[in-house]
Design a protein around this ligand. Structure first.
Ligand code: CUA
Length: 355
């Protein structure tokens, strides 16, 4: 009975694994790459996988053959005796050391150049600094006089700006990322565009992307970083030329402070409750360097998602629920004294003007 159940369970697990491979809507399917570098990896992955399958079949076949050929029957007079004891076979041992070494050496000839290529900085690229932290991503688009050395004038960027969770890029353009962490190790991963890149505190790692088509590519943190690791998602939004120019122009345009109504009241409230951590460029003084790290909310409503891309910004209920209780996402650093429903309405009205 117990055995039967184990078999069914095993069958169910295997079937599920196969069915998972059939998913139609799989936005993070590495086997359907859309970016130049993800395609390069995919091109390499296929022959490597084929070779691995061939080796596996060869080894399993040998094992099956040996088990079948040298099995002993109950009727054999020697059935209860120990089998003949062997020690070592120099020829075989040399063989099974050299053969895999040759296979691996062959694979490295094709895979090493790609590893180097993926790490090479393109001659011309949009430069963005990515900062991973518990549990969201900040993106700094470097302006011409940024000390980090970015010159993004080529892409219409005349002044530096910052956004969060959604990385916007122009289609068919090299994007060079400098990855930094504020706290623990994270890993930046947009599977359809490129492989994973660890983001390690105290270091700057680099990575690159190139989306061949406009579109929205989802991704996530791929290194366990704490309680909300699974909720540290991201999006890469690749624009066509016209919509990129529009996005960049809007990101650099100032936003007027609301002067009347609920939004103006929300603006005041934001100043006392939120502005010491959340930056809004041009409206409030820059937050102190040692203040708790919080997403820059300038142009908040140009985004579709917030809080590590797990909540939908287009659904007012989600943002209101967040203001009511930011701890609904475990480990969130956002701590605000309880807001009344009335205060939440005012804040929402103000935030909505940030677009
Ligand atoms: Cu950040 Cu996992």
């Amino acid at each position: 009975m117990h055995r039967l159940r184990t078999r069914w369970l095993l069958l169910a697990v295997v079937t599920l694994a196969f069915l998972a491979g059939c998913a139609k809507d799989a936005p993070q399917d590495t086997l359907e790459p859309s970016g130049t570098y993800a395609k390069d990896i995919d091109k390499l992955q296929k022959p490597v996988f084929a070779i691995a399958i061939f080796v596996a079949i060869f080894v399993f076949a040998l094992i099956a053959f040996a088990v079948w050929k040298f099995r002993s029957k109950e009727t054999d007079p020697s059935y209860d005796d120990l089998p003949e004891q062997l020690h070592g076979n120099t020829k075989l041992e040399i063989g099974w050391t050299i053969l895999p070494a040759v296979v691996l050496a062959g694979l490295s000839v094709v895979s090493l150049p790609l590893i180097f290529e993926l790490n090479e900085e393109p001659e011309q690229a949009l430069q963005v600094t990515v900062t991973g932290q518990k549990y969201w991503w900040a993106y700094d688009y470097l302006g011409p006089d940024d000390e980090r050395g970015g010159d993004n004038a080529e892409y219409g960027i005349e002044a530096a700006f910052t956004t969060a969770n959604e990385l916007h890029i122009p289609e068919d353009t090299e994007v060079w990322l400098e990855l930094e962490s504020k706290d623990v190790i994270h890993s930046f991963w947009a599977p359809k565009l490129n492989g994973k890149r660890d983001v390690v505190p105290g270091r700057t790692h680099t990575w690159k992307l190139r989306a061949e088509e406009p579109g929205v590519y989802s991704g996530q943190c791929a290194e366990f970083c704490g309680t909300s690791h699974a909720f540290m998602r991201l999006k890469v939004v690749a624009h066509d030329r016209a919509s990129w120019d529009e996005w960049v122009a809007n990101m650099q345009a100032p936003v007027d402070e609301p002067t009347s109504g609920l939004a103006a009241e929300g603006f005041e409230l934001f100043g006392t409750r939120c502005a010491s951590c959340h930056q809004v460029d041009g409206q409030w003084e820059d937050v102190a360097a040692d203040s708790p790290s919080a997403p820059n909310l300038t142009k908040l409503f140009t985004r579709d998602c917030f809080a590590g891309c797990i909540y939908d910004l287009n659904d007012p209920n989600e943002l209101e629920a967040w203001l009511r209780d930011p701890q609904r996402k475990a480990g969130s650093l956002m701590v605000i004294p309880e807001l009344t429903e009335d205060e939440i309405d005012r804040l929402y009205a103000y935030l909505e003007t940030l677009k």
